[in-house]
Design a protein around this ligand. Structure first.
Ligand code: OAD
Length: 257
């Protein structure tokens, strides 16, 4: 669906007059890079797979190889695509406002690759693996691992989950699974950024997964103008100050020149 010129003008004005902007992104912002969302009909991951088979600690304990391979496949996919015009526009915006915070539910690292310097990752990163106790952590793309540990390259090339050299438990993707808590520092930073901004943008998220889904309402309750950018209506749309029906890679570059 195409956004109206009037909506785009309004958002341009809001951005130009804002002193503090916080942006929340979801899977929709990476859709135009070729990464599937979770809940879009047919194409979304959760339209094709059951989250309880792939995205819970119990699923991993039940079938570590299956879960490891699914995340390895997704990691290869994100490393094989490039950030889109939406990611790049948000990276430009960072340098143009007095205070700017980018909060993402995405685990794909595409905001950082587009040039965003500070990204609050609520759901972790698919580019990292760690053991359950976090004795070790490896990031895809780095050559050497911590002292005494196997090389990160071998960890990421493994077809089955390697063991932590310290505690002996499996290495797992460093993402937040259903039933797990969000990293405390990330959610605290996200809430603080939400409560102090005067303009909040909710981009490409279905706003159904909590606690991230509470942020647009928290911003509104704190007095911010909240704008949603999404080709589809969401449960939050009716409460947005402005709901723009369009895609991230078309709307964001159009309003952040
Ligand atoms: P969803 O898949 O739930 O929602 C994606 C949203 O993006 C939908 O509202 C789409 O309409 C919208 N969308 C699709 N294409 C778009 C485009 N080109 N531009 C803008 N919007 C577009 O994804 P999230 O809201 O991110 O959790 O899902 C939240 C969490 O649920 C994810 O972080 C993930 C998942 O289970 C974890 O991995 C822990």
């Amino acid at each position: 669906m195409k956004p109206t010129p009037h909506d785009l003008d309004q958002l341009r004005r809001l951005i130009a007059s804002a002193r503090s902007i916080t942006v929340l992104t979801g899977a929709g912002v990476s859709a135009e890079s070729g990464i599937p969302t979770f809940r879009d009909a047919q194409t979304g991951y959760w339209a094709r797979f059951r989250p309880e088979d792939l995205a819970t600690p119990e699923a991993f304990r039940r079938d570590p190889d299956l879960v490891w391979r699914w995340y390895a496949e997704r990691r290869r996919a994100v490393l094989g695509v490039t950030p889109n015009a939406g990611h790049r526009a948000l990276a430009r915006l960072e340098g143009r406002v007095e205070r700017f915070s980018l909060v993402t539910q995405n685990v794909d690292g595409l905001h950082a690759r587009a040039g965003s310097r500070t990204v609050i990752e609520l759901h972790g990163s698919i580019l990292r693996v760690r053991c359950f106790k976090s004795c070790v952590s490896y990031t895809a793309g780095t050559d050497k691992a911590a002292t005494g540990a196997p090389e990160a390259e071998a960890v990421f090339a493994a077809d089955t989950p390697p063991r932590c050299p310290h505690c002996g438990d499996f290495l797992r993707p460093d993402v937040v699974w259903f039933g797990e808590s969000l990293p405390e520092d990330a959610i605290e930073a996200a809430v603080a950024a939400t409560e102090q901004c005067d303009l909040f943008l909710s981009v490409g998220t279905s706003t159904v997964v909590y606690p991230a889904a509470m942020l647009p309402d928290a911003a509104r309750d704190a007095g911010a103008t909240v704008v949603e950018i999404n080709p589809q209506e969401t449960p939050f749309s009716a409460r947005a100050s402005l709901s723009i029906r369009g895609t991230a890679a078309t709307v964001l570059p159009a309003v952040i020149e």
